[in-house]
Design a protein around this ligand. Sequence first.
Ligand SMILES: Nc1ncnc2c1ncn2[C@@H]1O[C@H](COP(=O)(O)OP(=O)(O)O)[C@@H](O)[C@H]1O
Ligand SMILES: [Mg+2]
Length: 307
Amino acid sequence: MKLAQLRQRKIVILLGGQSAEREISMQSGQTVVSALQSLGLDVLAVDTAQPNWAIQVQDADLAFIALHGPGGEDGSVQGALQTLGIPYTGSGVLGSALAMDKKRSKQLWQGIGVATPGFTTLTRNTDWQGVVDRFGKVFVKPACEGSSIGMSTADTAMGLQQAYELASQYAGEILAEQFIDGPEYTVAILGDSVLPSIRLETANEFYDYEAKYLSNETLYQCPSGLDAREEADIAALSLRAFHALGCSVWGRVDLMRDASGRFFVLEVNTVPGMTSHSLVPMSAAAAGLDIAGLVQRIAELSLAEVQ
Ligand SMILES: Nc1ncnc2c1ncn2[C@@H]1O[C@H](COP(=O)(O)OP(=O)(O)O)[C@@H](O)[C@H]1O
Ligand SMILES: [Mg+2]
C-alpha cells in the first residue's frame, strides 16, 4: 500500500489499558502516534481504560494496537475489534491468546520439536523436592504475565516453595522451567522477515523489571555477535515458534542459549514495546528501517491481511 493510500485511512491508536504494563503502553502508543504523524497521517489516540473506547474506534479503518499485557495483547481486544468489523494491527485472536499463555505455547512447541526449556506446572501440592531433583535450578514464572513480574529462581525445595508463593500473587498458572545459564537474545519479526537478533546483558540475576525499564546498565548488542550460521539458526527457530502459535504481522521472540550453544525459545510477544528505546525499533534500525518506516510497515501488513 502506498503512503498516499494510508493517509486516506482513519487510524486509531489503542493505548494505556488496565494491565500492569499500562505505563509502558502509554509510551509505546505515543511513539506510534508521533511516527504516524511524521508520515502526515491524521491519527487519534484512544485509551482502552475508558469505558466508551469501542465507540471512539467504531468508524476507524485501522486500530493500531499498542497495548501490552492481559486485556490488550491476549486476544480480548482483538476479538472485540473483529466483532466490530474493525481491522487491527498484529496477530489475531488465536495467536494473541496462545502467545500470552506461556504454558500452552510451550506445550505446543514441545509437540512439534521447537526447543523450549523443560518445565512443570506448580500447584500448592507440588512435591518441591521432586522438582528440584528433576531439574536442578529452576526459573519460576506466572504463565500469563509479562515484564518479568513475579519471577524468581530456586534450587532448593524451600526456595522453590517461596518462588511459588511469590508467583501466585498473580492470576493464572505457575511454571517452574529448567534454568538456562547462558546469554539471552531477542528476535524481531516483521511480516516474513526476521530482523537482526539482539543480545541482552544485565548485571542482575536475570532480565528483570529493573533491567528492562529502569537500569541504564543493561547492555544491548545489535548485531548480536552471532556468526552467519548461528544468526540463520536463531532466525529460523524464532520464525517457526512464531508461526506455530498462529502469530502474524509482527512480534518479538525471546530466547536463551545454553552452554552447549543450543537456542531455546522462552516466549513470543505479540505487541512488543515500541518506546524509542525498545528492542523492535532497535533491531529495525539495524536493518535500516527507522521508527516511522517500521510503524508504516506494520500498518500496511495488517491492512493487507484483511483484504
Ligand atoms: N528458563 C529460564 N532460565 C533462565 N532465565 C530465564 C528463564 N526464563 C526466563 N528467564 C529470564 O526472565 C526474563 C523474563 O522471562 P520471559 O519468559 O521472557 O517473560 P516476560 O518477558 O513475559 O516477563 C527473561 O528475559 C530471562 O532473563
Ligand atoms: Mg520476555
